[in-house]
Design a protein around this ligand. Structure first.
Ligand code: PLP
Length: 419
């Protein structure tokens, strides 16, 4: 366990969270190096058996140290922007293990990725493919591509993170796929290498993955008959984690249930895990500023807020809240809320919690994925520090922002200065 109580204090590996709070201040994110490594290995090991590739979804956690840790284990990157490619390159990724998804890639991003020789573009529309062909031609290159297919399976997750349904903006519908592949073959600066899908996030059953894979297999076979031979099958990310009581499948379960069909077709399997690698490797540490008792409700007002950790406000997501100093069993019902001027600014709602006093530390669990990467400066709050723990050592892997950072790049035009 990356986070556990020892002598009554919540630790990350061998470091008490209270020690980090004292030295770095709150709020902050704290990641366990060991848990990150275990997370990525849970993909790398079973994928190695089938000669597959794990491309870590950079949007889940894009801190350079976290990226370095997963790349160091042999993973590549799944990126959705030029900025993510920049980060991945800075963290030392092998660009031949980089896949690039997203419905709105710009010309500039295409150029950058072509220059970096990424493994493939996961193309989401016909217009995108045409533009990519043009850009590659201009650079005298052939763009390696997979077509992102929308297999129309219901991942049974939150509607905001279901991406593989027909009504979603992602990918190309099954019915159009053959047409698009045929056309793709006619583009001189496109090299058709694979097929891609990503059906959603926080999926806690293995069936949707198997369903989607089966649909891809049958499409692959139809394409084969048309003379389109693919090398890569990229089934995306999306395996969920336990936030509360979910029982998501292990990566090895998903892989073993499709590997024979993959092998049979001579395909290389790619997976793009994000959340399941880093989600439970991180916590968000925050401090109680005030205990506010109202007639109807008890509020713990903490120094962390929705700009730091958006998931509760955005998806009504559940994150377990633990006391850093171990306490008696839950005894009150309270909301944990931040200082932001929005009613949606909460980290936990109507939660059974211990009685807290001003100044006590809370750990918001499962905050390693889509935590810091979704943070903003709303309410002009500097973004928080990030810390990585390894054994009994810890490192600040991102400094807390300063007020000066908040206004970097802003200018008041001279007419407003009256000169
Ligand atoms: C977000 C995303 C992922 C990662 O999803 P997780 O649920 O974090 O595993 C993988 N691939 C694509 C294309 C994505 O958009």
């Amino acid at each position: 366990m990356a986070f556990s109580y020892r002598d009554g204090v919540l630790h990350c590996e061998d470091v008490p969270l209270s020690e980090i709070a004292e030295r770095v201040g709150t709020p902050c994110y704290i990641y366990s190096y060991k848990a990150i490594v275990e997370g990525i290995r849970s993909y790398l090991l079973p994928l190695a058996e089938v000669g597959g590739i794990a491309c870590f979804a950079v949007k889940a956690n894009s801190n350079l140290a976290v990226l370095r840790a997963v790349f160091g284990e042999g993973a590549g990157a799944d990126i959705v922007s030029g900025g993510e490619l920049f980060r991945a390159v800075r963290a030392g990724v092998d660009t031949q293990k980089v896949v690039f998804a997203g419905v709105g890639k710009t010309e500039k991003e295409m150029e950058y990725a072509l220059r970096m020789n990424i493994l493939m573009f996961n193309v989401e529309s016909w217009q995108e493919l045409e533009l990519l062909n043009e850009v590659a031609g201009r650079l005298g290159k052939k763009a390696p591509v997979a077509i992102r297919i929308n297999p129309d399976v219901d991942p049974e997750t939150h509607p905001y993170i279901a991406t593989g349904l027909k009504k979603s903006k992602f990918g190309i519908d099954m019915e159009e796929a053959e047409e698009v592949y045929k056309k793709a073959l006619s583009l001189t600066n496109i090299e058709v290498l694979g097929i891609h899908c990503h059906i959603g996030s926080q999926i806690t059953k293995k069936e949707p993955f198997i369903d989607a894979a089966e649909r891809l297999f049958s499409l692959i076979d139809r394409l084969n008959a048309l003379g389109v031979n693919l090398k890569y099958m990229d089934i995306g990310g999306g395996i969920g984690i336990r936030y509360k009581d979910e029982e998501p499948p292990a990566p090895s379960e998903v892989i073993s249930s499709i590997k024979d069909e993959v092998k049979k077709r001579g395909l290389t399997l790619i997976m793009e895990p994000g959340r399941s690698v880093v989600g439970n490797a991180g916590v968000f540490l925050t401090k109680v500023l005030y205990v506010k008792k109202k007639a109807e409700k008890l509020f713990y007002v903490v120094d962390g807020a929705m700009n730091d950790l958006a998931r509760p406000a955005l998806y009504n997501a559940y994150h377990e809240v633990k006391s850093v100093v171990q306490k008696e069993d839950s005894s009150v019902i309270a909301d944990v809320v931040g200082p932001i001027c929005e009613t949606g600014d909460f980290l936990a709602k109507d939660r059974k919690l211990p009685e807290f006093e001003k100044g006590e530390l809370l750990a918001v669990m499962g905050a390693g994925a889509y935590g810091f990467t979704m943070a903003s400066n709303y309410n002009s709050r500097p973004r928080v520090a990030e810390v990585m723990v390894r054994g009994n050592e810890w490192f600040v892997v991102r400094e807390r922002e300063s007020y000066e950072d908040l206004i970097r790049g802003e200018k008041i035009p001279s007419f407003l200065l009256g000169v």
